[in-house]
Design a protein around this ligand. Structure first.
Ligand code: CA
Length: 221
C-alpha cells in the first residue's frame, strides 16, 4: 500500500522529505532496489521508517517484533535504532522477498540483531507465546496480510510488556476505509479492526496520518 504519506500535496511532501528525512545510505539503496519490485507498494515510506526508529529509541526498546518483512526495510530501520544487544524477531512467509532483506541486513551489519522466521506469522507468534515469551517484547510492527490483523494484534499484545507499543500499518487502506462505496471483505475487515481498537481499553490509542495510516496502541498496565 501507499509508500508515501497520503493527503499531502506533492510539493509539501517533497519539502517534508527534504527537511526531515535523514535516511542512512543503506536504507536508501534498499528502497531504490525495492522500487523496481512488482510489489513495491508494500515498501514503507522513509518518513514512517524514521518515525518508527524514533519511537523505538524513545522507549529504549530492546526486543521487537516485525510482522511482515517483505524486502526488510522495517526490520532494518528498527534494528539500526536498537542497542547492540537489541533483537528483532522478523516474520514472513516469502523466501524470495526476504532474500533481499537478508542481503541488506548483512550489508548494514545488523544481521545478528534480526531473527527471521519463515512461516505463517500467526504460528511464529503462537510459538513465542508457548515458549514463555509473553510480556517480554517492547515494540511490535504489524504490516502483513490485512485479513489476519486481529490475530497478529491479539498475539502481539500478549507478547508485549505493559508500556510496550504496537504500530499497525495501512489502517487507511489508501483511504478505502472511509469510502462507503467500497464494501469488499478486506476493507470491511480493516474497518472492523479499527472500530475494535477504538473500543479496546487495554491500550492507549493514537492513529498517525503518516503514509497509509499508522495506528499506535500502547499496552496499559
Ligand atoms: Ca504496509
Amino acid at each position: 500500500m501507499a509508500n508515501q504519506t497520503l493527503g499531502l500535496e506533492k510539493h509539501l511532501h517533497d519539502y517534508l522529505l527534504s527537511i526531515s528525512v535523514r535516511e542512512p545510505e543503506i536504507l536508501t539503496q534498499l528502497r531504490q532496489e525495492t522500487s523496481q519490485h512488482p510489489q513495491s507498494r508494500m515498501q514503507i515510506a522513509p518518513e514512517q521508517g524514521q518515525f518508527m526508529a524514533m519511537l523505538v529509541q524513545l522507549m529504549g526498546a530492546k526486543k521487537t517484533l516485525d510482522v511482515g518483512v517483505f524486502t526488510g526495510y522495517s526490520s532494518l530501520v528498527v534494528a539500526l535504532a536498537l542497542p547492540a544487544d537489541g533483537k528483532v524477531v522478523a516474520c514472513d512467509v516469502s523466501e524470495e522477498y526476504t532474500a533481499i532483506a537478508r542481503r541488506y541486513w548483512q550489508l548494514a551489519g545488523v544481521a545478528n540483531k534480526i531473527d527471521l522466521h519463515i512461516a505463517p506469522a500467526l504460528s511464529t507468534l503462537d510459538n513465542l507465546l508457548e515458549s514463555g515469551q509473553a510480556g517480554t517484547f517492547d515494540f511490535a510492527f504489524i504490516d502483513a496480510d490485512k485479513t489476519s490483523y486481529d490475530g497478529y494484534y491479539e498475539r502481539s499484545l500478549e507478547l508485549l510488556r505493559p508500556g510496550g507499543l504496537i504500530a499497525i500499518d495501512n489502517v487507511f487502506l489508501s483511504g478505502q476505509v472511509a469510502d462507503t462505496q467500497v464494501q469488499d471483505n478486506r476493507v470491511k475487515t480493516m474497518r472492523n479492526f479499527n472500530q475494535k481498537l477504538h473500543q479496546d481499553h487495554r491500550v492507549t490509542l493514537s492513529l498517525m496520518p503518516i503514509a497509509d495510516g499508522l495506528t499506535l496502541a500502547l499496552k496499559r498496565s
